[in-house]
Every structure is written in structure tokens, then in C-alpha cells.
Design a protein around this ligand. Structure first.
Ligand SMILES: NC(=O)C1=CN([C@@H]2O[C@H](COP(=O)(O)OP(=O)(O)OC[C@H]3O[C@@H](n4cnc5c(N)ncnc54)[C@H](O)[C@@H]3O)[C@@H](O)[C@H]2O)C=CC1
Ligand SMILES: O=C(O)[C@@H]1CCC=N1
Length: 268
């Protein structure tokens, strides 16, 4: 089994670290780096993994997972990029940054794979899209899949789709949480105790999600089955359409995609 180093172990890095350990990846095959020593110590105590410097990580690990914010990737690569020994695989978790950004800062021939995962990795329900960048072949994609498959579902996509993927599934959990939050507030408006509203909406979200995944039905069909003639649901849907919820979602995801592109141009 390869040794994986996570360079920059924040929220996403920790989710990947914890997921790899749950999947049986040996702790002695995992290295982490952290900017703040207290953060490194906290993770070492919690997961039993070794904290190293970025320079040690690139020396010792075969797979280098880049878990810093896109805005910090340039500084990290200025520090260690030229020192990455031949044959290492770089796996970027960063939103927006094209693989070319990494290739330009790594020794010629270093394979780079771009990954967009999401926070449901915490419960092994991540959606992870994987793309080959420069010098990455099927073997490298398979290694990335070996890392991310235990955390949920993986899909190979061309890198040209990654900004859209980021807008949909990378940021996607936030949109669902916002909807849930708003619907719980609606429950309060209708006079329900907060805890009751919370339970009703969370279980409804889970039930709806499982049906979407397992029934094989199109979401329109599933919605129609709930929407009775002259019933309650259509009254709510009329309001949602009147307030432009569909248009708002189209515009919102376009804005997220555009922001991913902007991150790339600001990072060149
Ligand atoms: N939060 C999310 O839902 C998702 C985030 N991502 C991507 O994952 C990456 C990480 O995001 P988060 O975990 O949310 O951010 P975060 O801020 O929680 O984690 C980044 C970590 O990197 C550390 N760091 C920065 N520079 C460093 C350096 N030179 N050496 C060592 N450590 C360094 C920071 O101290 C921090 O702990 C980003 O590139 C983001 O685009 C991708 C998908 C979803
Ligand atoms: O908001 C962000 O930039 C990151 C990338 C996708 C989800 N969170």
C-alpha cells in the first residue's frame, strides 16, 4: 500500500484522513502536515498518524494530497514543488486550480490528478469527481479511486468539467443545508417546536434522497407523485416558482462555477 501525505490538513484533509483510516489504510502509511503545530498535535493524538514537515512529506510519501486552500497552494508549491522527487503522484483537492497550475510548479513529468470531493465524506457518502492532468495515466486515476471510493461514490470526468462539478457537488451540500435551514424556519412560522420541525425536515430530506438514488425515477416523476390535484403541494410549488427558486438555483450554480474560474485566473 502506498504512503499518502496530506499537505494542509484542515477540514477536507481531516475528512480524507479519517476516511482512509476507516477504510483500513494503515496509520503508518499516512503522513500529515499542518501549518499550526497545535493542529498537528491534535490530529496526531486523535488519529495516531505522524506529523511531518512539508519537505519530509514530499520525500517520504508516494502520493501527495494537496489539502490547502487554493489561495495557499502557490506558497506551498514555492516551498516544496521543485523538491518533489520523480515518480510521486500529486492529487489536488483544491477548487478551481487547474492541474496545469501544479504541473508548472513541479518537476517535469510529475503526474497530477485533480479531485473534487465533498463533506459527506464524513459519513462515507461523498461524491468525488476525478480527472487526469498532465502525465497522469489510468494507473494514477486508479490510485485516486482507491483513496476516494471508500468515502462514497467516485466518477471520472474530463478536467474541463471540474469547475461545474465544483459548483454542483463540491459546494452542493451547502445548498441542501440552506434549504433545510429555511424549511425548519418555515416550521417555526407554522407554529411547530424547533426540534419537531428539525426532525420532520431532516427525515424528509433523507427519505427523498434515498428515493432519488434507489427508485431509478426521474425527480419530476417523484415530485408529481406528491403533488395532488387541488392539494397542498401545488400551492407551495406555485409560491416557489413565483419567487424564482429554479432561476435562483441556475444563477447560483453559474456564480459558483464562475468563482472557480476566477480562483484559477487569480492564482496564475
Ligand atoms: N470545504 C469543502 O467543503 C471543500 C473544500 N475543498 C477544497 O479543499 C481544500 C481545503 O479546504 P478546507 O479543508 O475547507 O480548508 P481549511 O482552511 O479547513 O484547510 C486548509 C488547511 O491547510 C493548512 N495550510 C495552509 N497552508 C499550509 C502550508 N503551507 N503547509 C501546511 N498546511 C497549510 C491550513 O492551516 C488549514 O489547516 C481547498 O482547496 C478547497 O477548495 C474541496 C471540496 C469541498
Ligand atoms: O467553497 C469552496 O470554495 C469549497 C470548494 C467546494 C466547496 N467548498
Amino acid at each position: 500500500m502506498h504512503t499518502v501525505a496530506i499537505l494542509g490538513t484542515g477540514k477536507m484533509g481531516e475528512l480524507v484522513l479519517a476516511g482512509l483510516l476507516r477504510s483500513g489504510w494503515p496509520a503508518d502509511r499516512l503522513l500529515i502536515t499542518a501549518r499550526r503545530p497545535e493542529r498537528g498535535a491534535e490530529l496526531a493524538a486523535k488519529y495516531g498518524v505522524t506529523v511531518v514537515t512539508n519537505a519530509e512529506a514530499v520525500e517520504r510519501a508516494e502520493i501527495l494530497a494537496i489539502g490547502v486552500k487554493p489561495q495557499d497552494a502557490g506558497t506551498l508549491l514555492d516551498e516544496v514543488g521543485p523538491k518533489v522527487p520523480a515518480g510521486k503522484l500529486v492529487v489536488s483537492l483544491c477548487a478551481g486550480l487547474p492541474t496545469g497550475f501544479f504541473a508548472a510548479r513541479l518537476p517535469e513529468g510529475t503526474p497530477v490528478v485533480r479531485v473534487m470531493t465533498n463533506t459527506p465524506a464524513l459519513v462515507d457518502q461523498a461524491m468525488t469527481a476525478i480527472s487526469a492532468g498532465p502525465h497522469a495515466n489510468g494507473e494514477h486515476l486508479a490510485i485516486a479511486e482507491e483513496m476516494f471510493k471508500p468515502l462514497g461514490v467516485t466518477l471520472r470526468v474530463p478536467e474541463s468539467q471540474q469547475d461545474a462539478v465544483t459548483a454542483l457537488s463540491g459546494s452542493g451540500p451547502a445548498y441542501f443545508y440552506l434549504l433545510v435551514e429555511a424549511m425548519i424556519d418555515a416550521g417555526i412560522l407554522l407554529g411547530l417546536p424547533r426540534q419537531v420541525a428539525h426532525e420532520l425536515i431532516v427525515q424528509t430530506a433523507i427519505g427523498s434522497a434515498v428515493m432519488l438514488r434507489d427508485s431509478g425515477e426521474h425527480p419530476v416523476k417523484l415530485r408529481e407523485a406528491v403533488t395532488s390535484p387541488a392539494g397542498t403541494t401545488i400551492s407551495a410549488i406555485r409560491e416557489l416558482e413565483k419567487h424564482g427558486v429554479r432561476a435562483a438555483l441556475l444563477a447560483a450554480l453559474e456564480a459558483a462555477r464562475d468563482r472557480a474560474r476566477e480562483i484559477a485566473t487569480q492564482s496564475v
